[in-house]
Design a protein around this ligand. Structure first.
Ligand SMILES: Cc1cc2nc3c(=O)[nH]c(=O)nc-3n(C[C@H](O)[C@H](O)[C@H](O)COP(=O)(O)OP(=O)(O)OC[C@H]3O[C@@H](n4cnc5c(N)ncnc54)[C@H](O)[C@@H]3O)c2cc1C
Length: 428
């Protein structure tokens, strides 16, 4: 079976949802996801979304992003994203996203590690949920957008140079094709390939594996971010994040003896290293984060969900430090894209965590990724809508036999990604 659309978008995180909303209702758009629409890492984002605080903030924000990225960032991308941020925020507010405001109605800003000043917009400690629920609601309201859940990307429809759609496993476990002259991969990261990660486990880098298989250009696949402070528990599964903005608001890191051992606001990679070193010295698998300097009111008003998660794990963050340890969090590298989110395969675009446009360099500055995902999702849509595209048609053949054993395919894809990461490690 085949279905036809003008655009197919894979993934219902912030990148996929925002991209879908950019198309006029004269275009038929299909957006699909492996699980439920809300089960995307974007919905888990806690801290917030960065915004340029006026032109005077540009040099500092630019330097914070570059320094966190060890100056391996693409300077042009950094400039593009920062200068797009005011427009993005205005757009989100127009869609109906509610950011925290001061009593006088102006936007409130918080601070996270490696930021020289507060420039992060937030909604309690569930900013991603607020942004993405609003976008998802808008998507559901659009009659020209078809949303499919429990539909898994298995492959591209391609002759090796041009992409003309996708092969999927449907929610009824049937293999079918969805053809479209434009495909946008917004499939998130690779946290599901790690034992300790803050990510949903179904984020297994499938799009990366498929891209590797077709020799689509990749970039910096070994640039993997470890978040310094995930709540430490003995339980298996996704690690609950203690957002960096908790440290930005004054939380301290303590060793086994209850003493501070490092600067809590240094970039994530350096802080993770400091924590690993302290864990070794303490012969422990965690350190402690003390939220009590924030005071009960800030804990309960700004971080109610983090407070609840700690309480469920047996810690009252108002009164006692909570155990934390680093966990895999984010992939800075990915499918290489240009300023229009185009990959090296004609008709195929990528945006969000799956892609690498060079904004983050070797280490992502906190709260830059929701912003970057939105900026490049829009650029993909703009190129699809306004770009000049070849008109010749290509025939694609599909060998359905190749998709009979989905578990085997998934494990092949996981190996492809892990091997490629290893190759990039040696490449450095
Ligand atoms: C706990 C946590 C907290 C975070 N906090 C912040 C923050 O405060 N600020 C910030 O800027 N960033 C934050 N981030 C990072 C941010 O959430 C991600 O960078 C961003 O969500 C990436 O969005 P995305 O749309 O690219 O991917 P995701 O939101 O991860 O969505 C990926 C989508 O692709 C789908 N998918 C994957 N594979 C397939 C397949 N084979 N077939 C079909 N569908 C597939 C998934 O089901 C999902 O719908 C946080 C991340 C985590 C994990």
């Amino acid at each position: 079976m085949n279905e036809e659309y003008d655009v197919v978008i894979v993934g219902t995180g912030v990148a996929g949802l925002y991209c879908a909303l950019q198309f006029p209702d004269s275009m038929r758009v299909c957006i699909f996801t492996k699980q439920k629409a809300e089960e995307a890492n974007s919905f888990l984002a806690q801290g917030g979304i960065c915004v340029l605080r006026g032109e005077d903030d540009f040099p500092d924000y630019y330097e914070d992003t570059m320094r966190a990225g060890h100056y391996k960032n693409n300077p042009k991308t950094v400039e593009l994203v920062l200068r797009s941020s005011n427009h993005v925020v205005r757009d989100l507010i127009r869609y109906g996203v509610q950011f925290q405001r001061n009593p006088d109605g102006t936007l409130a800003y918080t601070r996270e590690g490696a930021h020289s000043k507060p420039r992060i917009l937030y909604h309690q400690d569930i900013t991603g949920h607020e942004i993405c629920s609003v976008l998802l609601q808008r998507v559901r309201e659009c009659s020209h957008i078809t949303l499919k859940e429990h539909t898994t990307l298995l492959d591209l429809l391609t002759d090796g140079t041009t992409c003309g759609g996708v092969v999927v496993e449907t929610s009824e476990h049937k293999i079918q094709t969805i053809s479209a002259p434009f495909v946008v991969l917004a499939c998130g990261g690779i946290g599901g390939l790690f034992q300790n990660s803050t990510s949903f486990p179904h984020m297994t880098g499938d799009a990366l594996a498929i891209a590797i298989q077709y020799h689509i250009h990749m970039k910096d696949l070994n640039y993997i971010q470890i978040h310094p402070t995930a709540l430490y528990t003995q339980e298996k599964g996704r690690r609950f994040l203690i957002s960096e903005s908790v440290r930005g608001e004054g939380a301290l890191l303590l060793n086994k003896a209850g003493q501070r051992f490092t600067d809590e606001l240094q970039p994530r990679d350096l802080l993770s290293q400091a924590i690993f070193k302290q864990m070794e010295l303490d012969k422990s698998d965690h350190v402690f984060e003390d939220l009590t300097p924030l005071g009960e009111r800030t804990i309960l008003e700004h971080f109610p969900n983090i407070f609840d998660a700690c309480l469920k794990a047996g810690y009252d963050a108002r009164k006692e430090p909570v155990p934390v340890a680093p966990a895999q969090h984010y992939l800075m590298g990915g499918i290489a894209v240009d300023f229009a989110s185009r990959t090296s395969m004609r008709g195929l675009y990528a945006c969000g965590e799956t892609s690498c446009n060079g904004i983050h360099g070797k280490n992502r500055l906190a709260s830059n990724s929701l912003l970057e995902s939105i900026v490049f999702a829009k650029r993909a849509a703009d190129d699809i809508i306004f770009g000049v595209h070849p008109t010749e048609t290509t025939e694609f053949s599909v060998n359905f036999e190749a998709y009979q054993n989905i578990d085997k395919l998934a494990s092949q894809y996981a190996s492809l990604v892990l091997n490629e990461i290893e190759r990039w490690n040696h490449h450095e």
